[in-house]
Design a protein around this ligand. Structure first.
Ligand code: MN
Length: 203
């Protein structure tokens, strides 16, 4: 069974005005679809890999034949990263963290404003394309990090991402052009903290 593009669970214009509908449509239907297609092409005929959960696949790149490993890293990472991104941007849900997640943010990152500053700094400082992340360790400790390209923190055993912000130009260029900091400042308007808390609970 080949990997499949998950349907966007809301309308392309649901995140307006923070993220415009055209960006969402191209990002989901073209960019994410291309990662899925390229991943499937890379592992075609390797039934054990085709059957894996995509997160398990990118955690175990050593199990991928060497000549296909870079393609799986880039495109499997792209598939996993975007699947998380659409989920945590879902409109609605809690507009701020609460409960255990809020307590962990206060304890480990110095509060929500400090979390936002750290993520914006990680994403703003990423040269070229990549992602900014909030990662939870198995025992619940939070940290902020950044990866290049479509890498994901789990590839290096770095814990479970509970929030990820795409800082590739394709994520913001139509509306924000070169102003990545403006995109990063605005995206907090559309983070669904209920979804982030779910990911924290299931880490
Ligand atoms: Mn993207």
């Amino acid at each position: 069974m080949a990997y499949q593009l998950p349907a966007l669970p809301y309308a392309f214009d649901a995140l307006e005005p923070t993220i415009d509908a055209q960006t969402m449509q191209i990002h989901h239907d073209k960019h994410h679809q291309a990662y899925v297609n390229n991943l499937n092409n890379a592992i075609a005929g390797l039934a054990n890999l085709e059957a894996m959960d995509p997160v398990v696949l990118i955690k175990n790149l050593g199990a991928v034949p060497e000549d296909k490993r870079t393609a799986v890293r880039n495109n499997g990472g792209g598939h996993v990263n975007h699947t998380l991104f659409w989920d945590i941007l879902t409109p609605g849900g809690a507009s701020a963290p609460s409960g255990q997640l809020a307590a962990a943010i206060d304890r480990d990152l110095g509060g929500l404003d400090a979390l936002k500053d750290a993520v914006n700094k990680a994403g703003g400082g990423r040269f070229g394309s990549g992602w900014a992340w909030v990662v939870a360790s198995a025992d619940g400790k939070l940290s902020v990090t950044s990866t290049p390209n479509q890498d994901n923190p789990v590839m290096d055993g770095g814990g479970t991402p509970i929030l990820g912000i795409d800082v590739w130009e394709h994520a913001y260029y139509l509306k924000y052009q070169n102003r990545r900091p403006d995109y990063l400042a605005a995206i907090w308007n559309v983070i669904n903290w209920t979804k982030v808390a779910d990911r924290y609970a299931k880490r």
